[in-house]
Design a protein around this ligand. Structure first.
Ligand code: NAG
Ligand code: NAG
Ligand code: NAG
Ligand code: NAG
Ligand code: NAG
Ligand code: NAG
Ligand code: NAG
Ligand code: NAG
Ligand code: NAG
Ligand code: NAG
Ligand code: NAG
Ligand code: NAG
Length: 682
């Protein structure tokens, strides 16, 4: 059965040539020469220990499939092909970024994240006005941010985090009028945050944490209509306060101002309807905690390590989604309320951590008998000295450790024979497979939520799985969250496995186009922000927060490895269809008419042998009639003679240039590869 599928795939993948007298078309397209020279200059300044760019000297960038380069299918108005994406993430590249990058004038995605690049960001990048994503995070870039980046008026995502960029944030950044994600965290940026950034009305995530910023917090930020995440931890705004206007944020989900040297009072944030995560810990905040009830969607409240006084507001007992409440190391007084967990939803894997250590709590209000999923820590409070209180000792000792990394949520593979998958490391059981004990080679993806809006993951695993699989258009069983762990920040790193779908072929590997599709979704951040709520009893607000966190992720896919796997384990039967597939990215010949396989089949009465007029070494030639009654000769390459797309296109190119009167000329071509992917009829 499997064989049949592939053979069919091959015959759909046939290559057809149309030959007959017709006007001669234009010469074969090439990449714009200035872009070719720019790419060569880029390569020259890179150090490439794994030789990933070894094919960057053969042929044309767009038509010879240079690594990491994606081009527009169609010719530009200038008659050239143009580079659309430069995707060189996670390739161990070092060296510097060449200023010639600025010559890639049609570029939409510039992605060098997770390499070892040094040097500064060339200001010339600011001239690529078409740029949508600029992703240079996770390198060792230094120097200051060029003002010119502010000219990128089409940019929607700027990720420069985890470098060592210094200097100030340029005011010109206010001109990036489309930008939604501004990730400049974990650098050495200094000085005042430009209040002008509040003019970027599209801004969703502003991550400036872990820099050396100072001055004051711009009050104008509260005017940003869509801002969801404001994260400024570990900067030094000594002497300033949290602006009163911050109570006016309209859509803020997460406010994180940990360790910022802030003074003054905790603002009343009860009017922010979507707030779920508030971290104001390790500042010098004083006074009482505001009484008004925060959003029902709160998962995390961290006010630890301040100088807060007064008692715990009664409204904290009315937050059903609460996971973490940390008030340790303050001067809080009064009783410890025992009804904080009264509204906790135990329908999901809920958990509540209450950390009240090192305060001045002197009594217990009510009966102290929290459910198992509530951890309460009281040591360092006067109440611990009161030995008469029931149960108190249980909460005054030193406590169990932190969250452990959880592995492998349950599967249907428990009853499968051990090690029955092909004996190499790539295959494994698909945990949630509807087909029992189905072995497949997964695509592994490292995924990091840069700013999760919860502090305990298990209740959100399922919504995240739903979100990811629906965004990737996969079935639920195709995803398995393998492991996850919290990192400093807090950031949540997880490793996902994606499994191929169980289709008619029972194919146990992804094909190349599927890998490319998934990779593209990841690397271009085209995930939808909204996703379906499968009635899981979790409020919508939280789901949105998960989604937003999910979009703010960094990704590294082992695509190259997986392509190798696909190769190695599908053997020869895949070789042909892969060849056809992989050219799809760059092969479309301008100036030569393109026909579909269906049109060709129609013209030749389904390649009826009565229409066959010749046979060459390469395959058969048929007489065909186009819908406009033009009679044509159609050359159909045979499966066995598929000498390769390259030769095929070379032949077309050659023919398209020949104008000799005695020679038939090219009308068009067909190089159908799309259809064999949908083998449902087979
Ligand atoms: C295109 O490049 C990729 C990655 O370098 C390679 O795996 C693939 O075989 C190439 N395809 C062709 C047709 O050259
Ligand atoms: C590539 O980078 C990874 C992780 O950054 C590292 O483990 C590996 O040794 C590097 N390989 C080379 C050839 O530099
Ligand atoms: C980052 O740059 C600063 C100077 O701007 C330098 O002092 C520091 O050592 C650099 N840090 C790293 C990790 O390279
Ligand atoms: C935006 O750009 C214009 C020129 O293009 C410049 O005059 C203006 O100062 C810039 N705005 C900011 C806030 O830098
Ligand atoms: C960001 O910087 C902080 C403080 O320097 C550090 O603890 C944290 O690990 C960094 N995060 C990343 C992802 O590099
Ligand atoms: C941070 O900025 C202050 C001035 O505001 C400066 O004195 C200090 O050296 C900077 N620290 C780093 C690590 O760049
Ligand atoms: C918050 O918004 C209200 C109107 O919505 C306005 O009256 C008030 O002055 C604002 N507060 C601050 C501190 O900006
Ligand atoms: C929480 O529980 C209290 C007392 O049972 C109740 O009055 C309140 O409405 C509950 N709140 C929510 C959000 O369920
Ligand atoms: C505690 O959490 C576990 C999962 O972590 C969940 O299965 C269990 O139902 C919870 N228990 C209660 C009493 O909610
Ligand atoms: C509580 O205070 C004691 C004494 O000041 C200190 O040693 C301890 O680290 C504090 N505990 C926490 C959790 O900060
Ligand atoms: C997970 O699998 C183990 C072993 O098959 C089983 O005992 C357990 O009940 C499962 N847990 C869940 C939550 O399905
Ligand atoms: C917060 O939760 C409430 C009630 O669950 C919900 O109606 C609302 O949409 C949430 N807020 C946001 C901004 O999602």
């Amino acid at each position: 059965m499997i064989w049949r599928g592939y053979i069919l795939a091959l015959s759909f993948c046939c290559c057809c040539l149309l030959l007959l007298a017709a006007p001669a078309p234009a010469p074969a397209p090439i990449t714009h020469p200035s872009e070719v020279s720019a790419l060569l200059a880029v390569k020259k300044q890179l150090v490439d220990p794994k030789n990933n760019l070894r094919n960057w000297d053969k042929g044309d960038p767009c038509t010879s499939n240079w690594t990491g380069i994606l081009c527009f299918y169609n010719l530009g108005k200038d008659g050239y092909l143009h580079v659309q994406e430069l995707q060189l993430l996670n390739m161990n590249l070092s060296g510097t970024l060449a200023p010639e990058l600025g010559q890639l004038s049609h570029l939409k995605i510039l992605d060098f994240m997770w390499n070892e690049l040094t040097g500064s960001i060339p200001k010339e990048i600011g001239h690529i006005s078409t740029l949508r994503l600029l992703l240079l995070n996770g390198n060792k870039l230094y120097g200051s941010l060029p003002d010119e980046l502010g000219y990128l008026s089409n940019l929607i995502r700027l990720q420069l985090d985890q470098n060592n960029i210094s200097g100030q944030i340029p005011k010109t950044f206010a001109n990036m009028s489309c930008v939604r994600h501004l990730h400049l965290n974990n650098n050495s940026l200094a000085g005042q945050i430009p209040p002008e950034l509040s003019q970027i009305f599209t801004l969703l995530h502003l991550l400036l944490d872990n820099n050396n910023l100072s001055g004051y917090l711009p009050p104008e930020f509260s005017n940003l209509p869509d801002l969801r995440i404001l994260q400024l931890d570990n900067n030094d705004f000594s002497g300033s306060v949290i602006p009163a206007s911050y109570r006016n944020f309209s859509r803020l989900v997460k406010l994180s101002l940990r360790n910022c040297g802030l003074q003054g009072a905790v603002p009343d944030l009860s009017r922010i309807p979507s707030l779920t995560y508030l971290d104001l810990s390790r500042n010098h905040l004083a006074g009482p905690i505001p009484e008004n009830k925060l959003s029902e969607n709160m998962t995390t409240i961290d006010l630890s390590d301040n100088q807060l006084k007064g008692s715990i507001p009664g409204s904290f007992s009315d937050l059903p989604s609460l996971q973490t409440l940390s008030l340790k190391n303050n001067f809080l007084t009064g009783p410890v309320p025992t009804n904080i967990w009264q509204n906790m939803s135990f329908s999901t894997s809920a958990r509540l951590k209450l950390d009240l250590r090192n305060n001045s709590f002197s009594s217990i209000q009510g009966h102290l008998n929290p459910p198992v999923n509530v951890t309460l820590r009281l040591e360092g409070n006067p109440v611990c000295k009161n030995a008469n209180l029931l149960n108190v000792n249980l909460f005054c000792g030193s406590e169990p450790g932190e969250d452990k990394m959880l592995t492998n949520f349950n599967d249907s593979i428990a009853n499968c024979p051990i090690q029955a998958c092909p004996t190499d490391n790539f295959y494994e059981y698909v945990p949630a497979s509807p087909l029992p004990c189905f072995c497949a080679a997964p695509l592994r993806i490292g995924y990091r939520l840069k700013s999760p809006s919860f502090s305990y993951f298990p209740p959100y695993i399922q919504p995240l799985e739903v979100y990811l699989t629906s965004s990737l258009k996969l079935s639920r069983y195709q995803l398995s969250i393998d492991t996850y762990s919290w990192e400093k920040g807090p950031r949540l790193r997880m490793y996902l496995k994606l499994f191929p779908s169980i289709n008619v072929n029972h194919s146990s590997t992804f094909n190349v186009s599927e890998v490319q599709r998934i990779r593209h979704l990841y690397t271009s951040w085209t995930f939808p922000v909204k996703f379906e709520n499968e009635n899981q009893g979790i409020s919508k607000g939280i789901l949105v927060a998960v989604a937003v966190g999910g979009v703010a992720c960094a990704v590294a896919m082992s695509v190259i490895i997986t392509i190798l796997i696909t190769r190695r384990y599908t053997g020869n039967r895949h070789a042909m269809s892969r060849k056809c597939l992989s050219t799809k990215v760059s092969m479309r010949l301008g100036g030569v008419k393109y026909f579909t396989f269906k049109e060709m089949a129609l013209a030749t009465d389904n390649f009826n042998s009565s229409n066959q007029v010749g046979q060459g070494g390469y395959g058969k030639v048929y007489k065909g009639t186009l819908p406009d009654k033009t009679v044509v000769a159609i050359k159909r390459a045979e499966e066995g003679s598929l000498q390769g797309q390259k030769e095929f296109f070379t032949e077309i190119k050659l023919l398209s240039r020949l104008h000799h009167r005695n020679l038939v000329s090219l009308v068009g071509y067909c190089d159908e590869e799309g259809e064999q992917l949908n083998l449902k009829e087979a």
